[in-house]
Design a binder for this molecule. Structure first.
Ligand code: XLS
Ligand code: MG
Ligand code: MG
Length: 412
């Protein structure tokens, strides 16, 4: 192939994107509770060892492009849209007004707001730092985010306490730090109750998000399970207002099974919000878009959520790769991420209604020949052939993933 001149590159990407086919229209995409974060689209590709590869994009562009793609909901950190020194001031409300106008013009809703408590130098010792002044500032920031959330019509507030940890052990006392962190959440809930009452709105759903490492060396609440324990620890004044926002990759990062982590949140009644992405086990937070690494695992995750009637948002918390251009973020990255999600969700419906799956699962639940005895060998023997269905179910999931259940074949 000949080198492709710069002026022909976008056209080539567009042509190949069309050739991929199988994309859904914006109307279809809007039927799902899919939210697009401001920070995901505006991510410029920078990291510790990486310079940015893309130009900055503001909320007007992101909201307009999400609308065009068919992403019906928008989410944001306070600091994605506001300079830190404008927080809580008149300038903040001017920006919030502009956001409201932009959302209205393009027919989007804001579903979630979150406070950045990890980037600015003020959080060097975490939002639950030893200094009362830092903690008072953290409480101000989360309360301010609650105010912004109500103003924008959000239903959810997310908290990723990324800097709640340490580099040098012994420098912080863990129980004290956890108590102080709970105080910030308590302040947010208290403010929420007051604002919701004044505005005659429901209170927000406050969702904790865990990540096992990054940006601190050690993290005090590293997993969704740790968050569940924290919610019921007695430190929160309103545990009923606080649930989870698990992130798919964050569970893989510690070596967990995301589907099992989600199941534990489901049985606790705390699966309220879900950050969707992909990546590799026991590695750092690469935030690859959904389905590009583990489509079979993703299919399994969505089977669980569909069969339990999960109605919360699917928040596209991934990062378009550094190799994707500004144009590519909205012409390739977001539409394809949304479409893989929709396809996997619909496929999960196929799994649930598949006659082979249904019969296999039903047979396993019925069990083998019943007897009254507590003879372990006899019970094992009565199920010996039936349990082969576990592997058959795995094979059927693979077939559904590749479309073999609908007759797709390969000549061999
Ligand atoms: C970082 C988190 C972050 C939260 C919101 O790893 O995923 O993006 O979702 O602060
Ligand atoms: Mg996240
Ligand atoms: Mg992540």
């Amino acid at each position: 192939m000949k080198p492709v001149p710069v002026r022909q590159q976008q056209a080539l990407v567009d042509r190949l994107m069309k050739a991929c086919g199988g994309s859904y229209g914006p109307e279809t995409r809007r039927k799902y509770f899919i939210s697009g974060p401001q920070w995901a689209a505006a991510y410029q590709g920078q990291a510790l060892f990486h310079a940015p590869t893309r130009q900055p994009v503001g909320f007007e562009d992101v909201i307009r492009e999400y609308a065009r793609i068919g992403i019906g909901y928008w989410t944001t950190h306070d600091s994605d849209v506001l300079p830190t020194d404008a927080m809580g001031k008149d300038q903040q409300w001017e920006v919030v007004d502009l956001i409201k106008k932009s959302l209205k013009t393009h027919g989007l809703s804001c579903s979630m707001v979150t406070t950045e408590t990890f980037f600015h130098a003020v959080w060097a010792a975490s939002p639950a730092a030893e200094s009362p002044q830092v903690r008072e500032y953290a409480a101000f920031r989360v309360k301010n985010t609650v105010d912004i959330g109500h103003e924008l019509g959000a239903q959810f507030a997310v908290y990723w306490p990324g800097s709640l940890g340490y580099y040098t052990q012994g420098a912080v006392e863990e129980t004290e730090t956890l108590r102080w962190y709970a105080e910030a959440l308590n302040a947010a809930c208290k403010r929420d109750i007051a604002v919701a009452k004044k505005k005659k709105r429901a209170t927000l759903k406050h969702c904790l998000e865990a990540k096992p490492f990054e940006p601190q060396a050690e993290i005090l609440l590293p997993t969704s399970d740790a968050m569940l324990a924290f919610i019921s620890s007695g430190l929160l004044t309103h545990p009923e207002m606080v649930g989870l926002n698990p992130e798919y990759l964050h569970e893989l990062m510690w070596g967990g099974a995301p589907r099992a982590a989600l199941a534990r949140a489901l049985v606790a009644g705390k699966l309220w919000h879900f950050d969707i992405n992909d990546g590799y086990r026991l590695k750092h937070d690469v935030d690859i878009a959904i389905g590009l690494v583990n489509p079979l695992d993703w299919l399994n995750v969505l089977v669980l959520l569909r069969s339990h009637g999960y109605k919360g948002p699917f928040n596209l918390d991934y990062k378009p790769p550094r190799t994707t251009s500004n144009q590519g973020v909205f012409s390739v990255s977001f539409p394809t991420a949304v479409d893989r999600f929709i396809t996997l969700w619909e496929m999960a419906g196929d799994v649930i209604s598949d006659p082979v799956m249904k019969e296999a699962i039903g047979a396993l639940k019925a069990g083998g020949d019943q007897s009254e005895s507590h003879d372990a060998d006899a019970i094992a023997a009565a199920h010996r052939e039936l349990l082969t269905l576990h592997e058959l179910i795995g094979h059927r999931m693979f077939q559904i993933l590749i479309g073999a259940h609908r007759g797709r074949t390969y000549s061999a």
